[in-house]
Design a protein around this ligand. Sequence first.
Ligand SMILES: NC(=O)c1ccc[n+]([C@@H]2O[C@H](COP(=O)([O-])OP(=O)(O)OC[C@H]3O[C@@H](n4cnc5c(N)ncnc54)[C@H](OP(=O)(O)O)[C@@H]3O)[C@@H](O)[C@H]2O)c1
Length: 248
Amino acid sequence: MNISGNTILITGGGAGIGRALAEVLHARGNQIIITGRREDVLKDVAAANPGMAWAALDVADPAAVAAFGEQVVRDHPTLNAVILNAGIMKPEDLKAQPFDFATVEATIATNLLGPIRLTAALLPHLQAQPAATIMTVTSGLAFIPLAATPTYNATKAAIHSWTESLRHQLRDTAVEVLELAPPAVATDLMPGHAENPNSMPLADYTAEVIGLIERGNTPRGEILVERVKPLRFAEANGYEAVFEMLNG
Ligand SMILES: NC(=O)c1ccc[n+]([C@@H]2O[C@H](COP(=O)([O-])OP(=O)(O)OC[C@H]3O[C@@H](n4cnc5c(N)ncnc54)[C@H](OP(=O)(O)O)[C@@H]3O)[C@@H](O)[C@H]2O)c1
């Protein structure tokens, strides 16, 4: 992916990692479109970054995703990249009675079905571009679970697997498929997460990610900062010890 000159749609671009990537990629000379559910947040980010576009979109709403997919390519015919970043992370007690399926269903709808549906809506347009990029956003927890957030980990593992299949199916096209797998990064993804000393500062994370993309340092299509490698490669380097470190 070239670091400038693209038209990039970023879901969940009003906050956290999505906002940070939106701002740095905007500054690098890309047309950015941010989406999310909170219009006030999107408007503020767009106002702070003149030229940035925004649109409200709940990625968990299938009809809204399909309609948005048609509208965004009419509004932005040069669209050639999407960062499928919107996501939620909630703790779940699997022993709770009665068990509450609301978190399970919302997490799957947002983190798993959302990116799959939006990709389906945009793929014909992206395939018609001279060069295009689809970037999924998984997690180090796709590779080893944080037991407190079971459905979250499961959706990220699923999107990792789905990304590999998408990349293979698109291997003879001009659509590049990248996977951004963050470590713990200081955002409001979970209460207390931004203040947690184990969370990587957002600006440091963003700078390292942009450097990796710029240098084309994305082996297997994965964008991995140093901090996530113990999780990404836990299977090869002592899974039990890493599991204990995360969950002990
Ligand atoms: N921070 C971490 O430690 C970390 C680690 C690994 C992976 N990640 C992944 O990075 C991505 C971004 O997370 P973050 O840390 O930046 O969290 P965040 O600050 O909570 O941002 C999440 C973004 O997703 C949007 N979003 C949530 N549900 C949505 C929905 N149904 N429709 C549309 N937008 C929705 C939110 O906007 P609205 O609320 O306005 O809709 C918000 O902009 C997520 O996929 C997350 O799983 C984060």
